[in-house]
Structure formats: structure tokens, C-alpha cells
Ligand binder design. Structure first.
Ligand SMILES: Cc1cc2nc3c(=O)[nH]c(=O)nc-3n(C[C@H](O)[C@H](O)[C@H](O)COP(=O)(O)O)c2cc1C
Length: 155
């Protein structure tokens, strides 16, 4: 499961799904969040910073039917982006024992969002990774994402 507003986390999720032959699904908000439609980054950031969560659609895949659940999302205002927070709060009771977590962020401080994800999942993840947005833009994220996938294959 991933959330992506501007496409970076989607790219990582698609690569991981291909590498691991996994099902993939995006967390969808009921109200469309679109930076082109008058919604400002500041409003999203403030909401995340205040810990608010949007209403999300029910996902079609059930985590409990899987051996491994990978969760990936952007960092907003230094925190886990709110749609993924909403998904995790609503679904963590059904998560399998084996989870893996990633965040993609613009700046150097993604670890706090990974820590939030650990807290919401209530589990020790099998693997975690923080990928900088610039690596997605240049394509060099692929090596990091494939290393993350290879760690998961070994376990
Ligand atoms: C509302 C908003 C707030 C953001 N706040 C941060 C931040 O505090 N720290 C950071 O490193 N990146 C921040 N970013 C950058 C995103 O984490 C980064 O662009 C990420 O790759 C976006 O993932 P996506 O393309 O999957 O949506 C922010 C982006 C948005 C839209």
C-alpha cells in the first residue's frame, strides 16, 4: 500500500511490486487532493503537522491475506503524510506480522516519519528505507529500492 500526491512514492511502489511480484494499491482520499486545484502545500502541511487525517476510501486488498505488507508514503511537515496515517490507524489491526516501511521525502529528515509508521503499525518492521526525492528524479532510487526488496526476499 502506498500513498503518493506527486508521483514519487508511486514510482517506488511500482518498482517494488514488479521486483517482488506483489499486488499494489494506492491509499485514496474521498476528497481529491490536488495541488493544481487551489489546494496549497501549506494547508496540507498544516493538517499533517496538526495530526489531522482525511477521510479515505476503503482499500480493496485485505492486509490479513498477505504474508508481507509494504507501506510507503511521503513526508509532510516533518510527519507521515496524513492519508497514510489515516490508512494505518484504520487498518493496523489487520496487518500481517511481516511489514516493511519506506518514506520518500524532499529533505534529509525522513526518519521521524518512519518512526511514526512503526508506532501506527505496532510492529517491528522487517526493513525500512528513506529515499530522497532527488534520487527519484535522477533515477538513482532504483538501486536503493532494489536493495530494500532484496533484504525482504532474504527474510
Ligand atoms: C504538503 C507537503 C509538505 C512537505 N513537507 C516536507 C517535509 O517536511 N520534509 C521533507 O523532507 N519533504 C517534505 N515534502 C516533500 C515530499 O515529502 C516529497 O516531495 C515526496 O517525495 C513526495 O512524495 P509523492 O511524490 O509520492 O507525493 C512535502 C511535500 C508536500 C506536498
Amino acid at each position: 500500500m502506498y500513498y503518493s500526491l506527486t508521483g514519487n512514492n508511486r514510482k517506488i511502489a511500482e518498482l517494488l511490486a514488479k521486483e517482488l511480484s506483489a499486488d499494489i494499491e494506492e491509499v485514496k482520499t474521498v476528497e481529491t487532493l490536488d495541488l493544481k486545484n487551489g489546494l496549497s502545500m501549506a494547508k496540507l502541511a498544516l493538517g499533517a503537522w496538526l495530526g489531522k487525517t482525511p477521510v479515505i476510501r476503503e482499500a480493496s486488498h485485505k492486509p490479513s491475506e498477505y504474508e508481507l505488507l509494504i507501506l510507503g508514503a511521503p513526508v509532510w511537515a516533518g510527519k507521515l503524510s496524513s492519508p497514510m496515517k489515516a490508512y494505518m490507524l484504520e487498518n493496523s489491526a489487520t496487518f500481517p506480522e511481516k511489514t516493511a516501511l519506506y518514506v520518500c521525502c524532499g529533505g534529509p529528515k525522513g526518519d521521524a516519519a518512519v518512526d511514526e509508521m512503526k508506532k501506527y503499525s505496532g510492529k517491528t518492521p522487517a526493513a525500512t528505507i528513506v529515499i530522497r526525492e532527488e534520487k527519484v528524479k535522477t533515477g538513482s532510487y532504483e538501486a536503493n529500492a532494489l536493495e530494500f526488496a532484496s533484504q525482504l526476499k532474504k527474510q
